[in-house]
Design a binder for this molecule. Sequence first.
Ligand SMILES: Cc1cc2nc3c(=O)[nH]c(=O)nc-3n(C[C@H](O)[C@H](O)[C@H](O)COP(=O)(O)OP(=O)(O)OC[C@H]3O[C@@H](n4cnc5c(N)ncnc54)[C@H](O)[C@@H]3O)c2cc1C
Length: 431
Amino acid sequence: MSDWDASVVRPLALEVLGERYRRYRLSDPVAEEAMARSLQRYGQIAPVVVCVHDGSAEVVDGFKRLAAARLLLPRWSTLCVRLLEVDDRAAKAAIYALNRVSRSTHELEEAWIVHALVREDGLSQVEAAALLGRHKSWVCRRLAILERLSPEAKEDLRLGLLSVSVARQVVRLPAGNQTEVLQVTRRDGLNAAEVRGVVDLLLASASREQEEYVLAKPREALQQAHGTTPRTWDPRLSVAGNRVARRLAELLDGLERLEHWLLHRGRAELTPSERGLLTPSFTRLVRDTVVVADVYAAGDITAFHHPLFDRRLRLESWRHAQNQGIAVGKAMCGDATPYDDIPWFWTDQHGVNLQVAGLPADAVRTVVRANAPPSVFTAVHLAKDGSVIGVTAANNPREIRAGQALIKANCPVDPDALLDANIPLQRLIRR
Ligand SMILES: Cc1cc2nc3c(=O)[nH]c(=O)nc-3n(C[C@H](O)[C@H](O)[C@H](O)COP(=O)(O)OP(=O)(O)OC[C@H]3O[C@@H](n4cnc5c(N)ncnc54)[C@H](O)[C@@H]3O)c2cc1C
């Protein structure tokens, strides 16, 4: 070995390739068989990397190729090898570094390497971090996986029965309590996020009874603690389908709570300025719900939130059907703007043109305009705060147009000025 130029790749017999560092890697028989097929078909593309330890060649990178070549014995008896001139510690670091580019080291393998450097070679965590080119916290987390995990959990991890993300949560508990959490995880098929929640609850439990409840009914405990929807699995749906079903359940749960609030306390609980601040969000909720549900509707059939009246409306008039239809058509083309037309209805009955704007039914007071010609009639409907909420007019379309502007202005008007039909409504609009 002493005459080996490190820049030269040379063939070495399989039996002289040592596997001293094999214990830092997980074995994968399926991948080894696939590698054997690849060796047969394409030959050895990349050399195995070795270092010299006590005079013999020890594999640092290429355990899978070595195992595959051994499967092909006696036809395959040598492998091309490249020498890495490093000491024992640097060889361990190289196992990690050579696989880091392809991200092929398992977190458990990294933990074994870190453990060997710190506990066997006596490096401090800071030194190990520097050697591996990682932060000290990275080293600390990997050390914790091996040192704080119970023997049973460690074995499960090695065999691939336990994921590293779950192991990372379990190590937060004393080793004595880890087994029961692992049993619950297996029994109820908990995911890493749920295990994290369960561990949080166990750490916060004040009595054994509380702990037992969390262990017996982990999802119910999580739901009670966080109000989250328990994770369920619908076998009729794919992974993506189940993910969407969970999101929908969360959204519907939130809507139900909001509806409950509207029913029992409602917007009256909010100050007018708060309502103003929240109105854009309500409008957006309506718009986004339509977009997400991919269902559009307009006209008689719809109930919708009207931003000006701040309440849910259903209207039956042809102009509403027409204008809401236009707004919905625009929204379908990506131009979504809040639909806030003032309700307006007209009809001709027995030679009388009758028009109604706004919501007269919501008024607390109605002022009938006096001094108008006999064929003309206008009534102005006022809300609690003195603003105009509706106008009813017979043979007086001009007043209806002005009335719509007054409704939109949404500010109190002088009732005495309203009384006199000689003062056009147009003049009462504050700009
Ligand atoms: C007698 C009457 C008088 C009215 N007078 C006035 C008035 O004077 N002024 C005014 O502003 N408004 C008036 N309206 C209200 C106005 O007509 C409606 O508000 C407006 O037509 C609603 O339009 P729309 O498109 O939402 O619904 P519609 O006009 O009802 O259209 C819905 C359409 O869907 C069809 N349809 C239903 N189910 C199905 C199905 N399963 N599959 C396929 N198609 C289906 C129906 O046949 C219909 O053609 C009046 C309504 C009535 C009934």
